[in-house]
Design a protein around this ligand. Structure first.
Ligand SMILES: [Zn+2]
Length: 226
């Protein structure tokens, strides 16, 4: 089996997994995987039922959004995924969902501070809110490109949903789960109107440093592939 076929199968499997876990609903959200050595990525098609999706429905695009393979129209949010792969050599997989608890924080414009060790280790120092711009526009692309340079692995898109990254699909999905757990805990804590405590700064920095070390290994591999 060639590399592209493997990528297409991984996308379909990831979508099924995310639907089962309740992170993808109806046709909302989209999932992509970098195709190393080809400067391209595999992405879910636009507005298509995840239950019906087969590997043939997955689109292959280069980073300028030229379609290299796949009969279907690619997701209208493809430009957002391309921006991530261009800006972040450490990222191998991108999951964009409209998951409920993180989306609630997207509505009240509440970034998540460092609440848990696991969060800082895998998602970064905090989960920031990327300011609203309509889907598929250059404005959203610009907002995303500016914010993701801080090397975090999860962001909330204001009045929209979330963006999670990982070096591979397994870690990206794991990060979606960590984000949703943190979002729910934070929302519940905010509801009490009591002071929300954070992890100590030094612990946050040690955890984030471990994440950076992991990312640097992937960045070096990406550079060697070019
Ligand atoms: Zn969306």
């Amino acid at each position: 089996m060639d590399q592209l076929e493997m990528h297409r199968q991984q996308i379909v499997a990831a979508c099924r997994d995310l639907v089962e876990r309740g992170y993808l609903m109806a046709t909302g959200g989209n999932v992509s995987l970098r195709v190393p050595e080809q400067n391209s990525f595999a992405i879910t098609p636009s507005n298509y039922d995840y239950a019906k999706m087969t590997p043939d429905d997955v689109c292959i695009l280069d980073l300028d959004l030229n379609q290299l393979a796949g009969q279907r129209t690619p997701s209208i949010e493809s430009n957002l995924h391309a921006t991530v792969y261009q800006t972040r050599p450490d990222v191998g997989a991108v999951v964009h969902t409209h998951q409920v608890y993180a989306s609630a924080l997207a509505l009240i414009n509440a970034p998540i501070p460092a609440l848990f060790d696991e969060q800082a280790r895998f998602l970064g120092r905090s989960v920031e809110i990327i300011p609203y711009a309509p889907s598929g526009t250059g404005f959203l692309k610009k907002n995303i490109a500016r914010r993701i340079k801080n090397r975090h692995n999860a962001y909330i898109l204001q009045n929209h949903g979330v963006l999670c990254f990982g070096p591979d699909m397994e870690q990206a999905i794991h990060n979606v789960e960590i984000l949703e757990k943190c979002s729910l805990a934070y929302l519940l804590a905010l509801c009490t109107e009591r002071k929300v405590t954070k992890i100590p700064l030094v612990v946050r920095e040690i955890a984030f440093n471990k994440l950076r070390q992991d990312q640097k290994k992937v960045e070096r591999r990406e550079e060697e592939n070019r």
